[in-house]
Structure formats: C-alpha cells, structure tokens
Design a protein around this ligand. Structure first.
Ligand SMILES: *Cc1c(COP(=O)(O)O)cnc(C)c1O
Length: 398
C-alpha cells in the first residue's frame, strides 16, 4: 500500500532576488513606505505600480492584509453601520468578518455544485443590498458577464475578493478588474507570499483616494505613484479618517520578484491540478467541478464533491486518506475546524437556511496544493484518494 509523506503546508522559499531586495531594505533601514530619500521611490510604491500594470488597473494600493483590503474597499464604497452586504455562503471567515468589521451585516448567497456563486439565488436577493462582496472562493470564477449585468441592472456595486484568483481571469479579463475594487491577499497561503499583506486595485479615482487616506497616508499621498492625481484628494483628505493598515517596504521587496514570476507559478499550479483531476476522473461517487473555457483559473488548491454522501461516509474517506498521509478538509462538518467553516457557524451574522447550498457544502472536500509537490506526488495523491473513495463507495453499495 502506497503512502504520501509530503507536507501540505510547506511553501517554496522566497526567490533569491526577493531575499536580496529584503536585505537591502534592512541594510538602509527605511522600512516605512514614506521613509524615502530624495529621488527614491519606495519598494511599496514600486510594487503598486507593477501590480497595476500587471492587472491593467489604473490604481493600486498595498496594505497590511487581504482582510484590510476588503474593509477598506467597503469603506471607500461608503458601506457602514447598519448596511447589508451580499456575499457568498461558501467562503472563508475573513469575508463575512470584513463586512462585520464595518458594522454591516452579510446577506448570504448560495453556491452551485461547480463551487461558484449561485447567480439565480443572487438575482433573487439583489434588492436586499447595494453592495456585493464577491468571493472567488478557492479560485472558482462564476460567469462574470452575467454577474456584472445582473448587478449593474440592480445598481449593486461589486467588490471582488481575489484572495484565490491572483493571476486568474474570466474571458481574458483579470480577476479583480470586473468590480469597482479588487482585493488580494499576499498572506503565506496565497499566490505570492509575504507572510501577511494585501493589495487593492481600482479604476475609481475618488474611491482609491479614499482608500489611500483610510490606509494611513496622512497627507503623504503624493508619494504614491499608482494613485489618482493630487487634486482628487482636495476634499477627500479632510473627510476621510485614518485607519492605519499600510504595507511596509520589506514585504514589498519580498513580493516584487514573486509578482514577476506569477504567470510561471500559475502554470506550475495548473500542471499539478491537471494531474490530480486526470487521476480522479471516472471515480464512482466523486464529482469534479466543471471548469468552463472562459475560466482561466490558478489552481492553488483542489476540490472535489462527494455529493449526497452520508456524513459518516465522507468522514470515513477523510480519515482513511489521512492515515495514508493525504490531508483533506471538509466544509460540511457541523463544527468549524481549522480554516473550514459554514455560513451558519458565523453566528454574529444571522442567516436563513439554504437547503441547496447545504447539500453542496456537505459534499465539498478541499485540499491544499503547494508548489513543493511534484507531479509524481500529485499522481500518488490521486491514486490514494481514488482508492479510498472507491473502497468506501463500494462498501456502501454492497
Ligand atoms: C485569506 C483569505 C482572505 C483574507 O486574507 P488575509 O490576508 O488572511 O486577511 C480573504 N478571502 C479569502 C477567501 C481568503 O482565503
């Protein structure tokens, strides 16, 4: 019997160019983004220029975390106390948490078996809020043309949570470029790694001016090069509170070389995904989410569905895979554990039951896909999952 012995949480090292750039920042000591000498552009400002250029956005702001990027986008769109914000029922805790952080209440929208937001459910709920915080959870991207058409017609502002879609696109348009703001995370488990960090992109000059003021720029906004022109700040600088959450030059220095490698890394992730998906095709009882050609995803994780399986059978598969070294997580568990939790476990945000969504959540099995796994590792993991799913499936059928 084959076992897997690799680590599901081991990242690749920071590229040598990132280590060298970080060392240079530590040697000159100017870690704060506004601490520059004459003629110097801070690493943080350079990172913003480069990410704006890469995504085609007019403006970019680097911040302290992905969660901070989301709260800042919500605030910059005028969302506050007592407002309601539409968001995905299938997402991670920082997303409803960002909505709660600005004093607003999430209104959850269901998930389809392809793990994207249920656009029919969304259509029925658009009259309940003025804003949608759309989470491209685990990198699954819905039909963005239909989503934007629905939201535009209803006057609903879209903010994208792109924590799992940096480098991805729908129909060639980068993820984060469909909504008014795109929010990204550079936390260790995302597509580029600075431990903690976030990026915000937008074409909305006034919204971005508010975001820059919110992030803690004092009156130093002219030190931002991927920012709207200074006249945009004329009134906004008086009216916007400072809620510090800046990025520093050390993190930016670590990130810039990783950003340059992003397309190549995305290809490596997708090669791994293809091996896993290929190895699990035609496994009785197991469903892979359909991924249309328009969805140019970056597969930094892997999901499959054991749809309509009893809970104890799903738990059995997970336990059997674990004894063979394959760590799977389940979104269907009644109790939140690790990073998995369900919309109904966020008790600060009351929700009505969603039976179709509960059915999907109960079947979602989730796996990290670090780039330290080789293609042979992925083939082995697929063999193990296939064998254990099949064993449980057949014992149930018998
Ligand atoms: C990680 C994550 C975030 C938030 O990022 P942090 O940088 O950890 O605050 C937001 N949304 C999703 C779906 C995430 O996985």
């Amino acid at each position: 019997m084959e076992n897997f012995t690799g680590s599901f949480t081991q990242q690749e090292p920071i590229p040598a160019a990132g280590i060298a750039a970080a060392t240079a920042v530590m040697q000159h000591g100017r870690l704060h983004r506004y601490n520059t000498v004459d003629g110097e552009t801070a690493e943080t400002a350079l990172l913003e220029e480069e990410f704006a250029a890469q995504t085609g956005a007019q403006f970019c702001l680097a911040v302290a975390s992905g969660g901070y990027a989301m709260t800042t986008a919500l605030r910059a769109c005028g969302v506050g106390h007592g407002d309601r914000v539409l968001t995905n029922a299938f997402t991670l805790a920082p997303v409803p948490g960002a909505i709660a952080a600005v004093g607003a209440t999430p209104v959850f929208v269901g998930v389809t078996p392809d793990l994207t937001i249920d656009l029919d459910d969304l259509a029925g709920k658009l009259d309940q809020a003025d804003t949608l915080l759309l989470s491209h959870m685990r990198g699954h991207i819905c039909d963005m043309r239909r989503l934007i058409a629905l939201c535009d017609a209803a006057g609903v502002t879209v903010i994208e949570d792109c924590a799992h879609t940096m480098g991805a696109a729908w129909d060639g348009v980068p993820s984060g470029r469909w909504g008014r703001f795109g929010c990204f995370s550079t936390q260790t488990y995302k597509h580029i790694n600075s431990g903690e960090g976030g990026l915000l992109i937008s074409d909305d000059a006034e919204g971005m001016a508010r975001a820059i003021m919110l992030s803690g720029s004092y009156m130093l906004f002219d030190k931002h090069s991927a920012a709207p022109p200074p006249e945009t700040f004329a009134q906004i600088k008086y009216e916007t509170p400072n809620i510090s959450g800046r990025m520093d030059n050390l993190r930016a220095a670590i990130l810039r070389p990783q950003l340059a490698d992003l397309a190549q890394q995305a290809g490596r992730w997708n090669d791994r995904y293809a091996v896993l998906a290929g190895g699990l095709e035609d496994t009785g009882g197991l469903m892979l989410p359909h991924r249309p050609a328009s969805e140019q995803f970056v597969a930094s994780s892997f999901q499959f569905l054991l749809l309509d399986w009893p809970s104890d059978a799903v738990a059995d598969v997970i336990a059997r895979c674990k004894t063979r070294g394959v760590e799977l997580k389940w979104f269907g568990g009644a109790e939140p554990t690790g990073f998995t939790s369900r919309y109904d476990s966020w008790r600060y945000a009351p929700s009505a039951p969603m039976p179709e969504t509960d059915r999907v959540l109960a079947g979602i099995v989730d796996m990290r896909l670090p780039l330290t796994f080789s293609l042979a590792d992925c083939a082995l993991i697929a063999r193990i999952i296939k064998a254990e799913v099949s064993a449980v499936w057949q014992s149930r059928a018998a």
